[in-house]
Design a protein around this ligand. Sequence first.
Ligand code: GLA
Ligand code: ZN
Length: 716
Amino acid sequence: MITRRRFVRRAAALATAAGLKLPVWEFPVPEGAVRGSAAEAGNERPLLLGADYYPDQTPEKLWEEDARMIAEAGLTNVRVAEFAWGLMEPSEGKFDFAWLKRSVEILNKRGIAVILGTPSAAPPPWLSSKYPEILLVNKDGATVSPGGRRFTCPTNRTYRRLSLGMATEMAKTFANTPGVIGWQIDNEYTLQPHARCYCKFCREGFQDWLKAKYGSLEKVNEKWGTVFWSQTYSDWRQIPVPLPSNGDPNPGLVLDYDRYQSYACASSAEEQLAMLRRECPKHFVTTNQVGAPLDTLNLREMYRNMDFVSSDNYPGFAEVFMPAPASPEVMATMIGLGHDSMRCVKGGKPFLIMEEQAGKAGQSFFAPQPHPGQLRLWAFQAVAHGAMGVNYFRWDSARFGAEEYWFGMLNHDRSKSIGFDEMVRTVKELKSLGREGLESGFVAETAVSFDHDSSWALAVQPGNSKLRYMAQLMAWYGSVASANTGTDVIHLDEDLANYKAVFAPVQYVVSEKQAENIRSYVRGGGTFVAGFRLGVKDESSQIVNAPLPGLLRDVMGVTVRDPVPVYTEKIAVKFGPQLAGADAQCALWADLLQPESATVMATYAGLYEGDAAITMNAFGQGKAVYVGADLEPVSLARVLRTVLAMSGSTAAIETPRGVEVTRRRGGEKEWLFVLNHTPQEQKVHLAGKFSAVVGNGPTNQTLTLPAYDLAVLQRA
Ligand code: GLA
Ligand code: ZN
């Protein structure tokens, strides 16, 4: 598991690697309504192009002015109250929603729709003082202090009861309030740095969860191999949580603990969801999250019964923590991976950017103002990757609190920020795509696996101390996405049939179900491309009882003769004619491959002369490629792009580095998004005739995009 900060640090070291229409939620739209306006559906279903707004932090005398300005800026909605527990329940059981009602009324009068946040991410001091048992215990066994946010245990019944009680009062109060259209449950369950709780309530919750999962202690003991170090459990209550214990914990226990913590968050959200379904049947329900590069939760579990996914997007945050300036294509790739990962949580259904960077961003220190054009570019990039709406974070800038330096659309003195006009323009342009454009499907010919089990299992046993799942995912995703074929970020037990090629970096854990799914995908004609450390472990985090790559040996047509971590003594890789290119060096890992039925595409030199480094196997109608060597990004990109071309993918569009192209499709219509993430003018060759929906169209099949500019095109 990684933190946002650790991830971006690492990502800098990573190199510059290179239609279906789905209903969102149903509301009747009155005839003749102005498209995209809040009035369109009697205030029920505007396009979601708005801002995060804090009446709780703003003197009431300014609320009218805020509402007027928000409406004048063309915004259609706000999200409010997700941190206002203290004002809504000033003491236990005493609720006060009058102020929020007044605020919603003022907003509604201006036609601004409201998404309400349930405030469980920040319980007030009366609560944490009276019930200190709700506090999270971190991985060192220390109880975290209240005073920040997300300092709570996800299992604790008191915390969950009070959170649900609070949310229920809120839901009853606002179920029929004009202007309220939906709910955000809690706020960023993925938030770091304490993504796991190790308290006694979690320990008991874990034990109960294990009981439900395994049924018997014999099974737990067997699946974890507890005979090692005398860990055999004879009572459920003996099972510990992975706190420091002078020796690494059992890998099976840790993997199950990660799953349990993910489940605890999801089930806590689910309690609020069930209540909201009952109390507010007319409203949509979602929760906001940070997607990849965070891996702390299984988001498919979290969003299973919600209406759509929401995510928070702060591209500038990367720049704050990068030790060296990130190249535009690395930045674009990082953000793109986040969007693609969130879109695919609900099978490609359009998602919402609940928070989008509006200016300088940071807490103790802050990133520079996004360059002119980037606030527009980043919002369009989200939409290009499947978002249906964008809320800028935040409307104003707080003059107090930990986020004084997170700049909103207004400055601290309430003047318009330097990016204000650009955001207003962006919202107007996004509206011009209409509901059909914003809620269309995303076109993807390729997929990359993002597997929590592998990520979590590898985190406790990386093999090479420098090996990180997320860095590998980034490098592979970057290589594939730069072909502009559209890339889904999937789980390997999902339907793969529609992809020309599926890529799986360090798929360390492979379940039988996944192996079977991959087998039938390749048999049916798909191209499966796996990285080193494939199929080392089963779902219990035990090492497979077969030569590697374990369950996938027949599909890959190879055996791993030996898995080798690489430190100072580098191993050279020589490419065969299919991959032609300069020799490369393994960075962190070398799986020494012995082909059984596969052909060799690259070999090791020197110490491991004679072992294959990359192989390709014909299996059924398809192909399976094993990349056994950890290649530096330029070579990796070349290899993956060559294999992609062999897979029969036709969608690739060549673009200069830092320029990306995506497609969305709905019915007969297709929108082509072309985004220039670089500070220079770029030219893109586009075969065929296009007209521009946003920005300028191509002349003589060449689209010229100034720095940070973009175009949305349709075939003429
Ligand atoms: C997060 C949170 C917000 C706010 C912003 C800016 O994503 O959801 O409450 O803290 O980031 O830091
Ligand atoms: Zn706990």
